[in-house]
Write a protein that binds this ligand. Structure first.
Ligand code: GMT
Length: 394
């Protein structure tokens, strides 16, 4: 198949999922055309069957807000026509789904009928999409897409609950390459970061408010004060990623007197090398439709302590792969982390279960064929349908 993929290239999990999906599809022989304003971050090198088409938005003195969605639509039309695409797959509804639906309508005037698949990821439904300035457009784009997928059952339910959407939404969960995200021997790195055998907590995020990075620092402070330092090998915290809340997290670590044992590593690749030295992954998010960063940690055999919200219970099984705590419950998060760090049998059991769950439920080779099957269904449906009359054609 020849597939056009649009995503946010520089920010967040939806871009990671879209890019890894495109790369996996290319490895399986499909031709993948990324259409975005910049090359996706995880597209580190362009390989066979992968192409990138840049969307450029012309500035003009009249445009206080240059209309990216329209430039994207025009680029989609161009790529569909010249690369003879079979399908457009857009990640994150705003504005990508709207641009694709409009491109499909314009192409239909030229007798080209291309299916549009929209994957819903997170705040396009749970937060931003519900804002009255976007909601009617998001609703229309979801209803008008040929196929819609959501990354968790929670997100599917939220979409039906908050938008006037009756149509079917297919749940295709996020995935991980369990061959790449596997625990590696990183003795030197561990020695450098934890020279006295300290336990390592890790948090990976884009440090937006919703990630509650401050809670991570509070949990670490409690563990630091409450016995893990002094009575044992000690504990350290690795904070990976960057974003608006990072300065506040740094300030809090200083204020609480634990800054010396916190390492702010910034954006890092390959992340699996850092995950490989961690003992517990903390994800105290206030909203999370899936929690891709937690899945990557699980795949590296790191138990997860997370909040019990959104799609996280579909990923992190309480008492098996880690623990779930009520939102913002620092006591619970601290106790759960303490239990795992101080009971080596429990740690070993959870690390093994986390890895096993990643491999058995969310491996890339299990999930990518679900997308292929879904694409084929959409292509067949469009091919076999009587083309609906199109209004507004010249
Ligand atoms: O919705 C967001 O805030 C960003 C979004 C993204 O596009 O990066 O993240 C969401 O998509 C990820 C990939 O499917 C999920 O793993 C994250 O849980 C989800 N984030 C939120 O729901 C906050």
């Amino acid at each position: 198949m020849r597939i056009g993929i649009t995503c946010y290239p520089t920010y967040g999990g939806s871009g990671v999922v879209a890019t890894e999906l495109g790369k996996a599809l290319a490895r399986r022989g499909h031709e993948i055309h990324f259409i975005a304003y910049a090359p996706p971050q995880r597209l580190t090198h362009v390989t066979e069957h992968i192409y990138f088409h840049e969307v450029r938005v012309n500035t003009y003195p009249l445009f206080e807000y240059p209309p990216y969605s329209l430039a994207l639509t025009s680029k989609m039309i161009d790529v569909v026509k010249h690369e003879q695409l079979d399908l457009l797959h857009v990640h994150y509804a705003i504005p990508h789904a709207t641009s694709a639906v409009l491109a499909r309508q314009i192409l239909a005037c030229e007798g080209i009928h291309i299916p549009v698949v929209t994957t819903l990821h997170g705040t396009d439904i749970t937060l931003v999409g519900q804002d009255p300035s976007f909601a009617p457009v998001v609703t229309h784009a979801i209803n008008a897409s040929d196929g819609v997928t959501a990354v968790s059952d929670y997100l599917r339910r939220e979409t039906h609950g908050h938008f006037e959407v009756e149509r079917e939404i297919e749940v295709i969960p996020n995935f991980v390459d369990t061959d790449r995200f596997t625990r590696q021997q990183k003795g030197h790195f561990k020695q450098a970061i934890a020279p006295n055998g300290e336990k390592l907590l890790i948090h990976v995020s884009n440090f937006r408010e919703v990630k509650r990075a401050g809670d991570v620092v509070h949990v670490f402070h409690r563990l630091h004060e409450g016995g893990l330092n002094g009575n044992g090998p000690g504990v350290k915290l690795l904070l990976v990623g960057d974003g608006p809340d990072r300065p506040a997290a740094e300030a809090l670590a200083r204020e609480l007197g634990v800054y010396g044992d916190v390492r702010f590593l910034g954006k890092q690749e390959p992340i699996e090398e850092i995950l490989s030295v961690a003992d517990v992954f903390l994800m105290p998010s206030g909203s999370e439709t899936f929690g891709l960063a937690a899945l990557e940690a699980m795949s590296c055999g790191v138990p997860v302590v997370s909040s019990d919200i959104g799609g996280l219970p579909e990923l992190n099984v309480h008492g098996e792969t880690g623990f779930l705590c009520p939102l913002a419950d620092i006591d619970c998060l601290t106790d759960a982390t303490h239990r795992i760090l101080t009971d080596s049998t429990l740690h070993e059991r959870m690390a093994k279960a986390a890895r096993q769950r990643a491999v058995e439920q969310f491996d890339i080779d299990r999930i990518v064929p679900q997308y292929e099957g879904f694409y084929q269904q959409m292509i067949d449906r469009v091919e076999n349908a009587d083309p609906a009359p199109v209004g507004g054609c010249a």
